[in-house]
Design a protein around this ligand. Structure first.
Ligand code: A2P
Length: 275
């Protein structure tokens, strides 16, 4: 690939090299969270749940890139990302100011373990996310293949505050009304999807950490499920390092084993982008 031209304010409009993509939409959800959409390189093929490196040109003329899960599904014409805003974060302190028409750098090399092929076939898929760890699941939940492979999909998403759940709540609402999915999967597809949002630092109808709601059995009682069974249940985990570590222990206590692309098993884990 040719060396890319720096994307700076003065030359941003004339960049046409493959690694520059144009911002098509930006939405701010809270003062800590935003999502944005960019053009998709014609050559980019990815599996729902994978991540790519994206970023901006740093002041030193070198690209400042971070791993970001693609939040849009593999069939979408554009790419969507869901990001935290860290006031002194090298990338997100700048990225949070992007506007429609601006350009970002996107390396078109998707990778990741949160893909359907990294799991053995099963009946029920559990998706466990904290904060922006929801992003890869925003992709998988819009992919018809997810509904084709599982009878039931349970999305547990936990944030500190109610407002931080808005992105996932809106997305789940729109998926339930999605005509394309209904046409492909049949009208009943929406019944397969169970959304279990909780908060930990602000009062809401459902509270508590995911790990606590699993170990106490509260989520099973609320959803009328016996528990997590390694024969039928599969899991995907995406959150902070501490969350991932605790979730691995929780899932292994139910008898699930960690898989990978090259060795599919009962659950997979990936760290959410943080800085
Ligand atoms: P809590 O408020 O009890 O720490 P953060 O914004 O710090 O990444 O956290 C996002 C959410 O993940 C919060 O609701 C937080 O709960 C929860 N969380 C953080 N660490 C863990 C963990 N080790 N296990 C389960 N949930 C966690």
């Amino acid at each position: 690939m040719t060396e890319q031209t720096p994307v700076t304010e003065t030359n941003a409009k004339v960049i046409t090299l493959p690694d520059a993509q144009t911002v098509t939409q930006v939405q701010h959800w809270t003062d800590r969270l935003f999502s944005f959409r960019v053009t998709r390189p014609a050559s980019l093929r990815f599996r729902s749940g994978e991540f790519v490196m994206i970023g901006l040109m740093g002041e030193n003329g070198k690209p400042l890139l971070r791993a970001y899960s693609i939040a849009s599904p593999a069939w979408d014409d554009e790419l969507e990302f869901y990001s935290i805003k860290v006031p002194d974060g090298p990338l997100t302190s700048k990225l949070q100011h992007i506007k429609e028409g601006n350009q970002i750098i996107l390396r078109p090399k998707p990778v990741g373990t949160l893909v359907l092929d990294a799991l053995l076939p099963g009946k029920r898929l559990w998706l466990f996310a904290t904060g922006t760890g929801f992003a890869p699941f925003a992709s998988l939940l819009r992919d018809p293949d997810t509904y084709a492979r599982y009878d039931e999909i349970i999305m547990m998403h936990t944030c500190r505050d109610v407002a931080e759940l808005n992105y996932s709540r809106d997305l789940i609402d729109s998926i339930r009304k999605d005509e394309m999915l209904a046409e492909l999967m049949g009208d009943g597809f929406a019944d397969k999807l169970k959304y279990y949002p909780t908060t930990t630092q602000e009062k809401s109808p459902n509270m508590g950490r995911i790990t606590d709601n699993l170990s106490s059995g509260k989520v099973f009682a609320d959803l009328g499920i016996d528990g997590i069974n390694p024969e039928t249940d599969r899991g995907m985990v995406c959150g902070s390092l501490a969350f991932n570590t605790d979730m691995k222990a929780a899932l292994e206590s139910f008898g699930l084993e960690e898989g990978a692309n090259s060795d599919p098993k009962q659950y997979v884990v990936e760290k959410a982008f943080v800085g």
